[in-house]
Write a protein that binds this ligand. Structure first.
Ligand SMILES: [Zn+2]
Length: 147
């Protein structure tokens, strides 16, 4: 619960700020789940955190990003949520989306961030500073969400 509240505080503070009525100041520490839930972007809240699903992968990811001097991405990786599997079906691929896929190509804000983990390959697709896709190749088996 306390972790959930801290996620809420970090990730959704701006949303709360924008939706807040002057007469209503959310009490996050004592907030009931129901009360706070109404302020949340539910589609985002339903997705599991990448770090809870794949703690080892996220540890590798953050270490690599720090090594590359990608401090902003290293920090944001902590709050990235799993969106859906890549779905290509290749044995060596455990890539996954961390945001909805774009209609076509990623826009002009897109860049690739290749990393050098101790095992396998990790490559991020980043759009305007947001991690959209985590390419995970030749990496130790991750726990699966769906069989
Ligand atoms: Zn794939």
């Amino acid at each position: 619960m306390s972790e959930w509240v801290s996620d809420l505080r970090l990730g959704l503070a701006s949303i709360i700020f924008h939706r807040r009525r002057s007469a209503y100041v959310p009490d996050l520490d004592g907030a009931s789940e129901e009360g706070a839930g109404r302020l949340c972007d539910m589609s985002k809240m339903e997705r599991p955190l990448m770090r809870e699903l794949f703690p080892d992968l996220v540890a590798d990811l953050i270490a690599c990003l720090r090594e590359e001097g990608e401090e902003h991405l290293a920090v944001s990786a902590w709050d990235v949520r799993f969106y859906e599997e890549c779905g290509c079906g290749d044995d060596f691929c455990q890539s996954f989306y961390t945001a909805e896929q774009p209609d076509g190509a990623y826009g002009p804000g897109h860049r690739c961030v290749p990393l050098i983990p101790p095992r396998g390959d990790l490559i991020l697709d980043v759009v305007d500073g947001r991690i959209m896709f985590v390419e995970v190749l030749h990496y130790p088996k991750l726990p699966r969400l769906v069989s």
